[in-house]
Design a protein around this ligand. Structure first.
Ligand code: GLU
Length: 282
């Protein structure tokens, strides 16, 4: 059975972009008589606000995009995320990183050709090159380092991978696309990448639908699924809803929040009519 999900972060009011993402996920579930789940992605608890869970549920219901079932929020699954990081540590495909943001920036600025990813320069691998002794010494001194993927070691372990996307077709995985990306953040212990692959597997999601801004992340997610022996879902990366000047909507864009449209007298159908058509699928 097809199982899809909408996974907003409760860090602001839902806007048109969220309505579209939820609509695509629900539409895909309905056309295949599947299930549509709601999961709050709240690992970044420093940015979460309590009232955004309920406002999110209410806005979805009002739009006719309520879920069939709400799954446990991410914060209640921290133990599973920590287990996954332990497993990756055991496999030797992550390493502790002690760099501050400023140190990384300084190192990149001094490089003739800094490694580039789709969203800017990549981590230059400083802490990957620490000797065993240096690493142990610093681990003793620093209780909570970040943990980064050793993208080269991971690629060697998993071999060639691909994923299938209903809009973009079959995509070969580039395990180094985001470089040695952070998998365990200093502040919250885990990361979006680890949490989402574990949660999608635990929720038995068969079709992951989300915005195409997350397409590069899916390369990392496929690698993690292979390393952790998790099932491989299908994907659908859809376009992002933008404003008149072509900029993607952000949470601070309160004028385009569902709440704002509702309070200014629009009906759910009128709000849904502002969205692009759902993507045609292969
Ligand atoms: N929580 C993410 C967001 O609000 C969605 C991530 C996903 O669907 O995998 O953009």
């Amino acid at each position: 059975m097809t199982v899809t999900r909408f996974a907003p972060s409760p860090t602001g009011l839902l806007h048109l972009g969220h309505a579209y993402a939820a609509g695509v996920a629900k539409h895909c579930a309905r056309r295949e008589s599947g299930e549509f789940l709601l999961r709050f992605e709240d690992i970044d608890h420093t940015r979460v606000r309590d009232d955004y869970y309920e406002s999110g549920r209410q806005d979805l219901e009002w739009l006719g995009l309520g879920c069939d079932r709400e799954t446990p929020r991410q914060l209640d699954r921290s133990a599973r995320h920590a287990e996954a990081l332990d497993a990756l540590r055991e496999l030797g495909v992550i390493y502790p990183c002690f760099c501050t943001r400023r140190e990384v920036e300084a190192e990149l600025a001094g490089m003739a050709a800094a490694p580039q990813g789709p969203e800017g320069p990549l981590y230059p691998g400083t802490c990957r090159r620490l000797s065993e002794a240096e690493r142990n010494e610093r681990l003793e001194a620093e209780a909570q380092p970040a943990w980064r993927l050793d993208a080269v070691a991971a690629a060697a372990r998993v071999g060639p991978l691909d994923f299938s996307d209903r809009v973009h077709g079959k995509i070969q995985v580039d395990p180094q696309l985001l470089g040695d990306v952070v998998l365990g953040r200093k502040d919250i212990g885990t990361s979006y990448h680890v949490a989402v692959v574990i949660d999608d597997a635990d929720d038995a999601i068969t079709l992951v639908t989300r915005g195409e801004d997350l397409l590069p992340s899916t390369h990392v997610h496929r690698v993690l699924q292979a390393l952790l022996d998790l099932p491989q879902p299908e994907y659908l990366h859809h376009i992002l809803v933008t404003d008149e000047s072509g900029r993607r909507l952000a949470k601070r864009d309160d004028a385009r929040s569902i709440r704002h449209y509702r309070e200014s007298g629009l009906s759910p159908a009128e709000v849904l009519a502002l969205l692009p058509p759902y993507p045609s699928q292969r």
